[in-house]
Design a protein around this ligand. Sequence first.
Ligand code: URA
Length: 239
Amino acid sequence: MERLQKVIAQAGVTSRRKAEKLIEEGQVKVNGQVVRELGTKVSPSDEIEVNGVPIDKEEPVYFLMYKPSGVISSVKDEKGRKVVTDYFPEVEQRIFPIGRLDYDTSGLLLLTNDGDFANILMHPKYHVDKRYIAKVKGIPSKLELRTLAKGIQLEDGKTAPAKVKMKSLDKKKQTAIIELTIHEGRNRQVRRMFEALGYPVQKLKREGYAFLDLHGLNSGESRPLTPHEIKQLRNLAVT
Ligand code: URA
């Protein structure tokens, strides 16, 4: 038996919080009866309707993908460009990306049909480390990198402390490869952080997400998360 709001969120209808609101508003029926009790438990044989529409109870699935650059982190694109779910033609569940990587950023992206799980990982309260490798134009000084690490003023506020490591530099080409680990997830954050210092990002890849990395995957490939990894990711929310 599972809590009603969890089952609705897992079916990909909406988030658990919004499901709770729908239940309280009387928009959810179980076996034809309106249910307003938030704690209600349901079993797989129960028929659940949201706004008169039966939900499809989907098996929750979880994937780790190596997103190529030139792909949209979405389930559809109005302009017909390639989207990340195009890489999962055999998956019947309605999966979506957890957060996003820019069109021109490659690297580690998680996908699921479990709305609750996605909300946990995207909640700013839980600090999930995301590790990026950026190739920038120009060679930042140690002092400038320290500024990045301490937090830099962007138009939407100062960034939280980050970890920064110079990996290599090319004096002739005047480029540097820098590892940056942040736990915030603001729009184009890494690019904007380097831009604020005067070093435009030429290439960006996410190599790590919490304890996960891209080990064993080529660009465009994916694998299911193991039950243990799923549990560990859920645990991030309680620590
Ligand atoms: N920061 C960026 O600038 N782009 C991404 O895709 C992810 C983080």
